[in-house]
Design a protein around this ligand. Structure first.
Ligand code: RB5
Length: 150
């Protein structure tokens, strides 16, 4: 399991899931920085997506986790940042392939789409699966330097 420190963020819709994921990470010896939200009051997902994605983009964290109701908003925000490869994974196969082929460094899930138990299984798979490199690195190199916001 990859034990790099992780920065995590959610909006109100996935706050409860964020708390469960934090607990899992801490119990597994993975340091976690919580970028908010800090409760279930209504907030705007971009505020938290930007915080997490900018820290990963700047290399302050190797990995991030973003959660919102569907995961869609957080994915759209996070993928505007250079060096961020955010993968919306509401199923196990996507999580595994996002690591093997896309070297995803931000895991995104939808707290209103999947249950907590599946979310933890997806997280475990994402933490345990290595990038395959080779032809997949060549493909990443084709768009890694396209000069989006950082
Ligand atoms: C919040 O209501 C919801 O829009 C948000 O959590 C997310 O699903 C956006 O993509």
């Amino acid at each position: 399991m990859n034990k790099s420190p992780v920065v995590i963020g959610s909006d109100h819709a996935a706050y409860q899931l964020k708390e469960k994921i934090k607990k899992f990470l801490i119990e597994n010896g993975i340091a976690v920085e919580d970028a908010g939200a800090q409760g279930e009051g209504s907030v705007d997902y971009p505020d938290y997506g930007i915080k997490v994605a900018s820290l990963v983009s700047a290399g302050k964290f190797d990995r991030g986790i973003l959660l919102c109701g569907t995961g869609i908003g957080m994915s759209i925000v996070a993928n505007r940042f250079s060096n961020v490869r955010a993968a919306l994974c509401n199923d196990l196969f996507s999580a595994i392939m996002s690591r093997r082929h896309n070297n995803s460094n931000v895991l995104v899930m939808g707290g209103r789409v999947i249950g907590d138990v599946l979310a933890i299984e997806i997280l475990k798979a994402w933490l345990e699966t290595p990038f395959e490199g080779g032809r997949h690195q060549k493909r990443l190199d084709k768009f890694n330097d396209m000069g989006r916001s950082a």
